[in-house]
Ligand binder design. Sequence first.
Ligand code: FES
Length: 578
Amino acid sequence: MTTTKKPADLRSARWFAPDDLRSFGHRSRMMQLGYSEADFMGRPIIGILNTWSELNSCHSHFRERAADVKRGVLQAGGFPVELPSLSVDESFTKPTSMLYRNLLAIETEEQIRSHPLDGVVLMGGCDKTTPGLVMGALTAGVPMIYLPAGPMLRGNYAGQKLGSGSDAWKYWDERRAGNITEEQWQGLQGGIARSAGVCMTMGTASTMTAITDAMGLTLPGASSVPAVDSGHQRMAADCGRRIVDMVWEDLTPDRIVTEAAVRNAAIVAMATGCSTNAVVHLIAMARRAGVDLTLDDLDALGRTTPLVANVRPSGKDYLMEDFFYAGGLRALMKQIEDRLDLTAMTVTGKTMGENLEGAKVFNDDVIRPLSNPVYREGSLAVLRGNLCPDGAVIKPAACDPKYHVHEGPALVFDSYPEMKAAVDDENLDVTPDTVMVLRNAGPLGGPGFPEWGMLPIPKALIKQGHRDMLRISDARMSGTSYGACVLHVAPESYVGGPLALLKTGDIVRMDLPARRLDMLVDEAELEARRAAWKAPDPRFERGWGWMFSRHVTQADKGCDFDYLERGFGPAAGEPEIF
Ligand code: FES
């Protein structure tokens, strides 16, 4: 360890060291908590930002893990303090957890800035918690280490492996087609989420923790360790030990999250067959670090990075538990190390290249060699055209290739309830060529950019045996979803983007190899429709939703708030202590 700080240089010393009335108050309140000066004076004070809650099933092990972190902090000579943080859970938060990612980011930033913390361990994992915590901590700027919740165990029912989300969608369609009994449905319900931990497909949670790992913000390979593996407890204690040293080394996140680290993270995302949500969150995290990552950068990496993680939903057979046994993220990164910047600094104080030394693949069907990828390219692709001038996203590897070039009539819905009622109508006028469209589902229109983008296949088609069709929306979709779904259309229809002008019956054309998405409607007609378009009523007129509506950016910019982005005014700096 290279010590660059002395006890007097600690940030927390501003609160505790001076011989004045205010510091007397701070010290006396620590004594009220039962601590002696020897416990906290001159030691790095480590905040453990814990997103545990009784309604976050993915983080149900976090109280025990926080205790493991504390053990490590104390052993290394630090002083741990646990701070409850907004637990943005994916399952129960309505209308959508994405409405609250930025709230967690603000809370994280301000919680760190306003308290006597020298370093932080961020405990998250369920989808939005990773970007929310990291975005806030990047802006706050104190040494930080990310502790990923880890994936839950493989799902299981009647001897069959079940994948989070993906199998729920799949068997729901079978149930709608009348192919599943009530007893089987109940069995699936009890078997699909068997332990603490995040969804165990390569959904948004595992994508985002892998991205954070690849950025150098976790202990090496920490993102792959299953939540209930004893190695997860050991990793938590290691986080506690390591963050104390990071404080003494003054290893701040700006030395870690550089352009090279962001690029490494984007390449790893593509190689894992990442969730489409990675686009929004990675751009937002990068912008907080002052790195201008664009949709076109991601498309270029999507074209050239083979998908080597054979993990569902993009891969075929395996789940995150299998990925861990096959060597986990370190092994995957070793496999593609020629494409990475191995000089990037990490929380270990070593480079990414040093962290990958000795990593091995133990099952080359789960983590494929570059000579035998799951797909040569295509984790993500970015489309442009007269329907999406600021971009749209699709996951080519997760959709039926027959839709890669497709032309068909649009069937347009203005709201989710309208669409939901229609798809269950067995007489709906729809064919496999129809292009289903849902609008008013973006960051402002949803509101909050909900995960509605995997529009349900109409019952009429399900009964004919169809399981995919081209679908377009300005919504997101769950990272565990799949199918020919074009998402994140920008600008969104709610603010008058071209999707607002589309009418049922218009012909829509997608050409994925050419990265185009267009409505074949002549410009004069579009101009007339544009002139007739009226802005919808505001979604919120008070509270958080009002603030969100005024400041959230569009999908191609990462949906951060404009006033939280780097460069919006001078940095907040340290609080005055009077
Ligand atoms: Fe928490 Fe999927 S619901 S990660």
